[in-house]
Design a protein around this ligand. Structure first.
Ligand code: FES
Length: 87
């Protein structure tokens, strides 16, 4: 379990272990476009402004993952207690 913070509004949304970031945000009325929902297509790519990502996608290169400035919220999660997203 971790939290995501939305840059534009400062809202903080809790992401329980049972939900993806996309699903946790959708439950709060924040919709991120999704296609494959499996970390393959890149449709849900979102910029990360703060916090450490746990990448679980197959889309970003290892170098892009290591840069820690974007992630695929349909499948990837957080290592840190909170991620700030450019949403
Ligand atoms: Fe395809 Fe997230 S929806 S990578």
């Amino acid at each position: 379990e971790f939290e995501v913070e939305l840059r534009s509004s400062g809202r903080v949304v809790r992401v329980p272990a049972s939900l993806s970031v996309v699903d946790a945000l959708a439950a709060e009325g924040v919709d991120i476009p999704v296609s494959c929902a499996q970390g393959v297509c890149g449709t849900c790519l979102t910029r990360v402004l703060r916090g450490e990502v746990e990448h679980r996608d197959l889309y970003l290169t290892p170098e892009e993952q290591a840069a820690n400035d974007q992630f695929l919220p349909c499948c990837s999660r957080a290592r840190s207690a909170r991620l700030m997203l450019d949403l």
